[in-house]
Write a protein that binds this ligand. Structure first.
Ligand SMILES: Cc1cc2nc3c(=O)[nH]c(=O)nc-3n(C[C@H](O)[C@H](O)[C@H](O)COP(=O)(O)O)c2cc1C
Length: 182
């Protein structure tokens, strides 16, 4: 862990509107234990899935889901980004360079700047089997974005069964991948 707050690196925790979003505080806790300063970024749809007040208390920073007003302070620069849970929607948009909300704006630019980005999807098999989704996953991988797929990571669950898999969402997996960037 770094010696002082000034040495701490900043991790953007990007949360999308999928089942496990309400537990994103678990990832925040784990990342803080490793010495990261956390900036939570929520897609507009994810805001109703999370406890904004609790996350702001936990991180000491505003949860960002909108562009800031002129004069409001900027978020600290990201040293790494974790997108978890990542939705079908956000994965497809990110892969195609769409920036139609604040979070996508920030992440599209950060990827272009070379900020290491790790994606942990939570998507059912009906969506995951779509050709556009497969292409998006491939495209993001080719761009150097790490997508955590495979046993114990992202394995599409059967449609209508998401609830059953929320508690086993592997929050610590993306943190292990970004350790080297601290
Ligand atoms: C209760 C609920 C659960 C959802 N769960 C998922 C999910 O697990 N994965 C997913 O890709 N989309 C899920 N969706 C659909 C997304 O919320 C929807 O596509 C939304 O537009 C995603 O927005 P975002 O990618 O900007 O966060 C869910 C929607 C609702 C209402």
């Amino acid at each position: 862990m770094p010696d002082s707050v000034s040495e701490q690196k900043t991790l953007y925790v990007v949360v999308c509107a999928a089942g496990p979003a309400s537990d994103v505080g678990t990832l925040v806790d784990l990342a803080q234990e490793q010495g990261w300063t956390i900036q939570v970024m929520a897609t507009p749809s994810a805001v109703s899935f999370i406890d904004v007040e609790a996350l702001e208390k936990q991180t000491g920073r505003p949860v960002r889901s909108q562009h800031r007003a002129p004069g409001d302070p900027r978020s600290p620069k990201a040293d790494a980004i974790i997108i978890a849970p990542a939705t079908f929607n956000t994965i497809n948009k990110l892969a195609n360079g769409i920036a139609d909300n604040y979070v996508l704006d920030v992440v599209n630019e950060a990827i272009g700047l070379g900020v290491p980005t790790t994606v942990l999807p939570f998507v059912n098999s009906a969506y995951a089997n779509r050709t556009p989704f497969k292409a998006s996953m491939e495209r993001l991988s080719q761009e150097g974005i790490e997508i955590l797929t495979g046993p114990g990571l992202f394995e599409p669950h059967p449609p209508k069964s998401g609830e059953k898999y929320i508690k086993s969402f592997p929050w610590s997996a993306p943190l292990r991948r970004i350790r080297g960037y601290q």
